[in-house]
Structure formats: structure tokens, C-alpha cells
Design a protein around this ligand. Structure first.
Ligand SMILES: [Fe+2]
Length: 359
């Protein structure tokens, strides 16, 4: 099933890229080609591999095209598949930009040597330092928090305080989360290693796993569904899924979103865990300047609101307000760490999850 799905989606991205006109015959991409001709041909394009699939993004790209004359070719796919494709294509890749979710995944792309650093005063001004790679290999464009989502029926938010408190005996059999192999959880634990130290982070993972109402399973949305079904009282989830479910066309999802509350933990201590959707320039980009302009545009006040809002994320540019839906949750304190540490602590986090038996 999995293999079949992979091959179908590969065909899908290939068809998409053909439609977008960014796959060219192999002989057109060789290094021996006439330099001038290549430059001329590429001066007006930028090729984006992205795990996003929103109509409103395409509208945004059109605005960029109108402003700069640079045509944006888009190849959509799943983040891990696009990264694999970048690796396989190597220096023959057509991609100038790679966009996906979670700083942990961007770290993997950096480690896989498919990105390159760029220096831009515009980006440095628009995007806070903690939301960018220390060496400028990737830049956060939208923020999400990983929080506690609780049953409005059975939990009073006054009972909630910190991530750590969920390991107390009173929550035995009452919490749920997805499996530990998921990057969102790996990044969460990586952040804990940073803010509370490795021992405490391990204690947390062990205690949370022991309090689970069921074996870790499903995705983030499934955790909220389990809470509403009465299987558990509190779930570990990314904020934007609540927004997506609240605005879903599926009435069941809408109902689930109505019956849960969002709680930002650790407000008196280390802050709620945040992560980003982020973009980087590919190592073998043929249109580096255009790629930089594209990131600069996405980070601008003009683009940020729409770019973040469509996925119910918070704008990364602090000059841009979050959507009304998100503002209704109130302002919250974020972990005070540079998201580059999520990558640095990744292997330690995976090790801890294995050791404590969080499936
Ligand atoms: Fe997600």
C-alpha cells in the first residue's frame, strides 16, 4: 500500500512539475551548456519544492511575479518525498527552494547537504533570529505552538499548568499523543532537552508515556478526536490543527474543535514550545538571486499575514498580526530558544523516546 502510494504521488509531482514547466530534458541542464543562454533562460524564474498546497499561496506567488517579473514554478509533494527527490537529483535538480514544516526537518535537509546558506539583510530584519538557522540555511516563515488540548467537558483550564505537570499521578490514563517517531514530538523533546536539561526531559517523556490512555497512534487530529470521544482528557497537539478542524468542511471535525480548549503551558516558566514552517535555498539552485528575492518577499509584511493565516499559523514577522481566530486564544509566552537547537538535540531526543518506551 505504502509503496503504491509513494509511486502514485511521485507520478503526481512529476506531472505537476511538467505542467509547471520546470522539468527540462536532461541535456538542457548539463554544465557544458552555453552559459549565456542558460542565464538568459533562467533569469526570470524560480523553482519551488513545497509541502504546502494552498490556492492562496499561488495567488501570493502571482503577486511576486507581478512585482519582480520572476515566474514561480511550483512542485508540491510531501516534505520527506521532496527532500528525497532533492538528494536523488543532486546537482541536476531544478529546485531553487525547499519549503517544509518543522525546524527538525529543515535540519535534516541541511545535514543531507541539499541546502545552501544565503545572507540577506531584508530577511534578517523581517524574521527574528531565533526563527532562523544559525548559519542561514533556512528561515522560519510561519509559527505554530505544540500545546495541551483539553476536553471542555471534563477539564477546567485551571487544572492545567505545565507540560511537566501532565506526568503527575492525577493524569494517569488521561493523556494522549501521537507516536514518538513523528518530528513534531522529536522537536518538542529536543526543546525540553534545551530548556530543562537532558535528565528532566527524559523524566518528562517517561512520565507522559506512562500516563497515556492508549498506545501512541494516529496523527495530531486523532488526538483531539480521542479527547472528544472520551478516551482521554488532554492531548498534545499543534495549534493549527484546531484552526483547520474548526474551519473544516467535515462537520465531525468542526464538532471536535468546538468541544476542546487550547492551553498554552509553562506560561510562568519556560514558555510554550514553538516551531516553524521554513524555507531554504537548495544547494544546487540555478537561480539563487531569485530564490533570495522570493524568501524576502515571503517574509515581508505584505505576504506574511496571508501566508501564515491559510494554515492557521502565526506570522513569523513580528510586525504582522495573527488572524482573529488565533488572537482569540490570547498572547502567550514562547520558549526562549533558537530553533537551531531542535536539530542539534534531535538524536538525543530520539534516544530518550526509545529508552522510555514511548512507541
Ligand atoms: Fe502538520
Amino acid at each position: 500500500m505504502q509503496i503504491r502510494f509513494l509511486s502514485i504521488s511521485l507520478v503526481f509531482v512529476l506531472v505537476l512539475s511538467l505542467l509547471a514547466g520546470c522539468v527540462q530534458p536532461a541535456e538542457d541542464t548539463g554544465e557544458q551548456q552555453n552559459g549565456n543562454k542558460e542565464e538568459e533562460k533562467n533569469s526570470g524564474v524560480v523553482n519551488l519544492y513545497t509541502s504546502r498546497h494552498y490556492e492562496s499561496d499561488l495567488e501570493l506567488y502571482k503577486i511576486f511575479e507581478e512585482k519582480t517579473g520572476i515566474k514561480v514554478n511550483v512542485v508540491e509533494g510531501k516534505g520527506d518525498e521532496l527532500m528525497e527527490r532533492l538528494s536523488v537529483e543532486g546537482k541536476d535538480t531544478e529546485a531553487d527552494l525547499f519549503f517544509t514544516a518543522d525546524a527538525g526537518n529543515l535540519h535534516l535537509a541541511k545535514e543531507a547537504d541539499v541546502l545552501q546558506p544565503i545572507e540577506s539583510d531584508v530577511i534578517s530584519e523581517n524574521i527574528p533570529e531565533n526563527l532562523r538557522d544559525e548559519e542561514n540555511y533556512w528561515f522560519g516563515m510561519a509559527k505554530r505552538a505544540r500545546v495541551l488540548v483539553y476536553s471542555k467537558e471534563r477539564v477546567d483550564p485551571s487544572q492545567l499548568s505545565t507540560y511537566e505537570a501532565m506526568t503527575e499521578p492525577e493524569w494517569k490514563g488521561k493523556v494522549v499523543a501521537r507516536p514518538s517517531e513523528n518530528m513534531y514530538n522529536i522537536s518538542l523533546l529536543s526543546s525540553f532537552i534545551e530548556v530543562m536539561g537532558e535528565d528532566k526531559a527524559k523524566e518528562w517523556a517517561k512520565g507522559f508515556a506512562e500516563n497515556m490512555a492508549r498506545e501512541p497512534q494516529g496523527n495530531d487530529r486523532d488526538q483531539a478526536k480521542a479527547v472528544v470521544a472520551g478516551e482521554a482528557d488532554v492531548a498534545l497537539m499543534n495549534t493549527y490543527y484546531i484552526g483547520l478542524m474548526a474551519h473544516s468542511e467535515d462537520p465531525e471535525e468542526k464538532k471536535v474543535a468546538e468541544q476542546v480548549g487550547v492551553f498554552f503551558p509553562n506560561q510562568e516558566t519556560t514558555g510554550a514550545h514553538i516551531n516553524v514552517s521554513a524555507i531554504g535555498v537548495t544547494k544546487h539552485a540555478k537561480n539563487v538571486e531569485n530564490a533570495q528575492k522570493f524568501i524576502e518577499f515571503l517574509s515581508s509584511e505584505e505576504a506574511q499575514g496571508q501566508f501564515a493565516e491559510v494554515n492557521f499559523e502565526f506570522p513569523a514577522n513580528p510586525n504582522v498580526e495573527a488572524s482573529e481566530f488565533l488572537q482569540a486564544w490570547g498572547a502567550f509566552k514562547e520558549q526562549d530558544i533558537n530553533l537551531s537547537v531542535l536539530g542539534k538535540n534531535q538524536q538525543d531526543a530520539i534516544k530518550i523516546f526509545n529508552e522510555v518506551g514511548w512507541k
